[in-house]
Design a protein around this ligand. Sequence first.
Ligand SMILES: Nc1ncnc2c1ncn2[C@@H]1O[C@H](COP(=O)(O)OP(=O)(O)OP(=O)(O)O)[C@@H](O)[C@H]1O
Ligand code: SF4
Ligand SMILES: [Mg+2]
Length: 364
Amino acid sequence: MSTTYTGPLLSVQDLTIEVRGDDGPVRLVDGVTFDVHQDEVFALVGESGSGKSLTVLAIMDLLPPGVRIASGRILFRGRDLAQLPEAEMRRLRGKDLAMVFQDPMSALNPLQRVGRQLAEAVKLHASGLNRKQTADKVHSLLAAVGVPDPQGRAASYPHQWSGGMRQRAMIAMAMAHDPGLLIADEPTTALDVTVQAQVMDVLAEARRRAGSAMILITHDLGLVAEAADRVAVMYSGRVVETAGVHQLFSSPAHPYTAGLLASVLGEGTAGERAFAIPGSPPAAAERPAGCAFQPRCHLGSGRDKCTAARPLLTLLPTPPSSAEGAAQPQGMAHPDGAAHPGGRAAACHFAGESTLQLLKGQPV
Ligand SMILES: Nc1ncnc2c1ncn2[C@@H]1O[C@H](COP(=O)(O)OP(=O)(O)OP(=O)(O)O)[C@@H](O)[C@H]1O
Ligand code: SF4
Ligand SMILES: [Mg+2]
């Protein structure tokens, strides 16, 4: 790729992913659009089943059998991954694009020593290294993620490692070639609370050292607040809001985002039940024609506009006084063709100021 390329590191544009259903194709991911810029941590959040994992699996070209990209573009350094031949994708995967999964055991071979597996990952994209150089690289990767006694530990099997240590090994493997983009799908969810923070620290340090951008998928909004620069909120296969992390937490533009925040940041007193968004997301095959959130949205209830028309991702103005808005990367492209001036977009007929008015119980 030409060194003059100045666009976003990753640009996912109108990505639609389908699975074959009894009555025809079912859209599991529907028109997802977002950019990830060099060095930034971009979080994907949303309830279970909203399409977060499928979106990143599509980026990695690791969609499960029967699930396919129906349309859209996935530009990585300006090249469309959705159009790359499999051999080209294999060259990128593990080198410039790497992924850490929720369960390291799903990625580690239980019958092979950890050091051997790391050595294979190293050699895959650095075949010129001799045995000693490869071993040295494996040990330094393990040391970099805080594994004590790397030589000794490399000779043991995954089941001899604790969950936290196995996740460190996965991070070491993902970082073997200093990827431009690291994808972490719920990297700490399977771990004890006590080791979650340590593993997040290791992940953050590893990506900083390599200068990688990161897509972080998590249910933990506290983690998002701590670790992310920008966030996309997904609901029922669609992005409903994209914003800088500060903006998202201080003034959510979409009622679903506001509900998610209220459910974790609820002001309930001790003993009071925390706020929960009523109901559950629709199954992909039963997504309503208008706004997919309408059956659960107290603002959309009784509004014809919400049941009749699907709101498209709309660009929202960023207040000029917002320091974070000023620091947002420029030029995010959207399906409507407009540039994204402040890194903020939402899909709600009443997004922006009017949503906030509605949330405060004022008429619009
Ligand atoms: N192999 C598959 N075949 C059919 N449907 C699938 C398949 N994999 C995922 N889905 C469906 O696609 C939708 C999105 O799934 P996905 O795994 O991306 O959700 P998610 O946001 O990652 O959820 P979670 O937070 O639970 O990991 C869900 O409705 C899921 O049931
Ligand atoms: S479009 Fe209507 S139903 Fe959907 S989130 Fe906005 S107000 Fe609620
Ligand atoms: Mg998932």
